[in-house]
Every structure is written in C-alpha cells, then in structure tokens.
Write a protein that binds this ligand. Structure first.
Ligand code: G6P
Length: 499
C-alpha cells in the first residue's frame, strides 16, 4: 500500500509526530507512541475515521516515508538544520514562546526566522492539503503552526479546519509587539474553530482581532469578511468560533497505574531511598523559564534558612526534563538552577542528606506516578502556563485521596482546580506560607481538598476535551454546509440532514 496515494477524512497537523524513535532489541529502528495526552485522546477518532498525523520526527534532515503505527498513519515532515534553527528554535521558541508567555524572557524578532516560519508552515499546509479527503477535517495544533489554517483554507476551501493553541495567548499590549501580528491573526482566522486553554486567552485573541482588523465579535463568534474588506456585507462573511476548551489528561490511565502494585512498591522505595523524610515536596517540569523553578527553590531555601523547615526531615525532589537545549535562554536557566541547587545543598545538606534532589532527566509514566504517590506536596509554581498537566496528573494519581497541590494562579489549571492552595509565584512570602500550610495541613483537610480536585480531573478528561472540540467543529461544518466531522457528536445528525 502506498500511503502517499491515500486520502484521509481526519488529519491532525502538529509540530511533532506523536512517536519517539527507539532501537529494538535486534538493533533495528522502531517507533514508540509518545506518552502525551493528545495522541491518547485522538487515537480512537484517528482509528475509526481513517486518520493521518502530520508532524516533524524531531531531528534535522530526517527524511522518512509515511508509515503506519498502531493503526495511525504517520506522515513525517522533514526540517533541515537551518529550519530547525530558524523556524523551531528561533521563531517558535525564541520569538513566539516568550512573547505568548508574557515576555518572562525577552522575545527576539528576526526577519529570517519569520521567513523560515512561513516556509515551514507552508510545507505542513501543503502536506495537509494533499492528504485530506474532499470535505475532510484538519485539526492543526499549537503556536508553531499558526499560519497553517489560513494557507489551507486558500488551497482547500472544502475542508473543515480546527486550530488549538496549547499555550497562552497574550494581552494585546504584548501581542502588538510582534512585527507579523496581522499575518499570524489572518493565519489563525483560516480555521472554523479556534480553541484556547482559558477564556482569558480567547478574549485576548478576540481583542487583537478587533483592534487590528476591526471585525465584529459576538460571544465566541467572529465575523470574518470573505474577500473585499471595504464592502463588509453580512452575507459576504464567514463565522469563526474562538473560545476556551481547557485541555486535560487521560485521567483513568493515571489512576490505574497508581493501583499497580509495582508502582506502589516503587513509591515506597523512593521514600526509603531518601531516608524516609517526614515530608517530600515535589516539582516536575520541562526545564523552562516559564515554570517558576527558581521561585520555588528560593522559597524552599528561605524556609530552611528561617528554620521553619528542617533539612533532616524535608526533601525537595525537582525533576527538570531537558528541553530546547540550544536556545540561549534555556542554557542560562539551566546554569542558574543548577547553581542554586548546589548552593542549597551546600548550605543545608549533611553527609548522606541533600535537601534538594535534582534530576535532569525525563521519566516514563510509571516512574512519574510512583513519584506522585511518594510526594506529600506537589509544587506547581509556573509564572505563566497554558494549562499545566502535571497538576492534573498528580491529582489523578492520588487514588489514596491524600497529598496537597500548590498551584500557581498563572497556570490554566487554576481555573478549574480551585481546591488547590493557589499561589502567586512572584510573591515569595506567599509561596513560603503556602508550603508551610501544606506541610502542616491536617489529614482531614487534605482529603477534603483532594476529593474535590479528583472529581474535577476525573470528570474532565482529555477524551471529553477532544469530544467537546470536535462537537464544536461539527456544528461549524454543519452550519457552513460541510461534511460531518469524524468523532463529532452530531456527526450522525449532520449526515442525515445532508442525505
Ligand atoms: C509545550 C508546547 C508543545 C511542545 C512541548 C514540548 O507543551 O505546547 O507544542 O511540543 O511544549 O516542547 P518541544 O519544543 O520539545 O516540542
């Protein structure tokens, strides 16, 4: 079967393919589904609807033909070394990432990075245009590919196009810095439905559209004139929906792992290896300046300094998985974090006891769940975060109903997880008080809070998220006379209406 010649009713376009390359025991190269929630959520739709996933395999100059993995067609898009530097590390992660995360780090604006972003977005769009069946559905993901919806609509007006932004969308005062602010908005407005994590993100986007284009918005609907902007008559417009769809995790699979005797034993082992401290605090993040790792270390160090926490009884485990290691801001952050950890351990450690256990690795999901089970207090101190799935993973894993979540109000997850101890990570005193409240919290209060949190996370899982998005896309498709959306709830109704 030549996969290239096929066409697909449901196409996902994301910067990365949802697979990691692995070396099989016989030495051959194989693929393993990456543990992310997105692919878990979309797997059933992909399988039943004849789906394809277009994405970058993650290394420069990797030219691979489309292949099938676990019933999903994977369509690799190659990036050369310069494109990795300019499109991925440059424009995506050194321009858009800091800008969209409230300029915690200074964004760099370079015209050659933008040119590369356009070229690569065009490549993804062309690939999707060639693969999607007539009247099919294309769902584009994240800030790396914001031009794809517009490029795709131009080539294939028959398609129903969705876009989901996994990171925040900044306030207009910041967004307006972007020299290509109009082009990005036009790209996004090529979609029928634009999803954001928080209502505030969708609001920021709508405001930008009003300010830059003057289009009319009502509720979640934006009226986009079709061609001639000078003559904006209602019948000459299309409706784009922009609203929040807070993403979640595959909650049941975390709860299931947390019941696995091997994982429970591993959690016990972790505590024992640390000398069975009274309290284990835990943080796990990509090593990224948006995550507030420095702020959390500062609060912890001050509590040791003040004598409110005892280094003999308290351990902080900080897992920081390597990320975007060739981008300068990330290299600087790593140096800074590692120096701080060294300083804390030097000042407050003793033979055989380090107050901070810092691990610069990624871990498989079962080890993560063991760590969640071992942790008395989970620290999520992001300065800005689209959602923060770690917070939800911790809650889903605590089937024992115990554990305290400290959660930044600047993470999207805080909209939903109100029973966490909510903090402003810039307020170091406030973070210190929250840590002490967590450490001293009575079991009854811990369980009351965790019960409420668990209800939210188990009810709103990632399957529900994708279902809600596809339902909205289905309505959009139906309204414009398009084909039913695979996996959309009213797919059947829409089909009947058309027949
Ligand atoms: C965030 C982004 C994703 C991205 C991930 C890892 O979650 O929203 O689009 O894939 O970080 O970053 P990386 O640069 O390694 O893909």
């Amino acid at each position: 079967m030549t996969l290239e010649a096929e066409s697909y009713d449901f196409v996902v376009v994301a910067n990365r393919l949802p697979v990691d390359s692995v070396t099989e025991p016989d030495g051959s190269q194989g693929w393993k589904l990456s543990p992310g929630g997105l692919v878990t959520a979309l797997e059933p739709v992909m399988r039943s609807a004849d789906g394809a996933w277009i994405g970058w395999p993650g290394a420069a100059d990797t030219h691979i033909d489309p292949f099938e993995h676990d019933g999903i067609t994977m369509v690799p898009v190659a990036l050369d070394e310069t494109e990795v530097e300019r499109y991925y590390e440059g424009f995506s992660n050194d321009t858009l990432w800091p800008l969209y995360h409230d300029v915690i780090a200074q964004p760099s604006y370079h015209r050659e990075w933008w040119d590369s972003y356009v070229t690569v977005n065009r490549r993804f769009a062309d690939r999707a245009a060639a693969l999607a069946s007539h009247g099919g559905v294309v769902w584009v993901h994240d800030y790396q590919l914001q031009l794809v919806p517009g490029m795709l609509r131009e080539k294939r007006p028959d398609l129903t196009i969705g876009f989901f932004n996994h990171i925040p969308f900044p306030a207009y005062g910041l967004y307006s810095q972007l020299p290509w602010r109009r082009q990005i908005l036009s790209g996004l407005l090529g979609a029928d439905v634009i999803g954001f994590q928080r209502t505030a993100d969708a609001g920021n986007f709508q405001r930008a559209v009003r300010r830059l284009f003057g289009y009319e918005t009502r509720g979640s609907s934006i009226r986009v004139p079709l061609e001639d902007t000078s003559e904006r008559r209602p019948e000459k417009s299309r409706t784009v929906v922009a609203r929040a769809f807070p993403i979640s995790i595959d909650s049941a699979s975390f709860a299931e792992l947390a019941q696995n005797p091997d994982v429970i034993e591993r959690a016990r082992q972790i505590r024992e290896d640390l000398g069975n401290p009274k309290t284990i605090l835990f943080g796990v993040d990509r090593l990224d300046y948006t995550k507030g790792i420095r702020h959390r270390l500062k609060a912890f160090a001050e509590l040791l300094q003040d004598g409110r926490l005892d280094a003999e009884e308290t351990t902080l485990i900080q897992v920081a998985s390597p990320s975007r290691e060739r981008v300068a801001a990330y290299m600087e952050l790593r140096d800074e974090i590692e120096m701080t950890v060294g300083r804390i351990n030097g000042d407050y450690g003793s033979i055989g006891r380090a107050p901070v256990h810092y691990l610069h690795h990624g871990y498989p999901r079962d080890e993560m769940v063991a760590l969640y089970l071992a942790a008395d207090v989970m620290l999520v101190t992001a300065l800005r975060d689209g959602m923060n799935l770690v917070a939800k993973e911790y809650v889903a894993s605590r089937i024992d109903g115990d554990g305290v979540l400290i959660l930044s109000e600047f993470a999207g997850a805080s909209d939903d997880l109100r029973q966490a101890l909510l903090i402003n990570p810039h307020d170091i005193q406030g973070v210190k008080e929250a840590i002490m409240t967590a450490v001293d919290m009575e079991p009854r209060e811990r369980k009351r809070r965790m019960r409420a949190l668990r209800r939210r996370v188990l009810e709103n899982d990632v399957a529900k998220w994708s279902q809600t998005f596809l339902d909205e896309l289905s309505r959009a498709s139906h309204a414009s006379g398009g084909a039913p959306v695979p996996g959309g709830a009213d797919a059947e109704d829409a089909r009947e209406d058309r027949e």
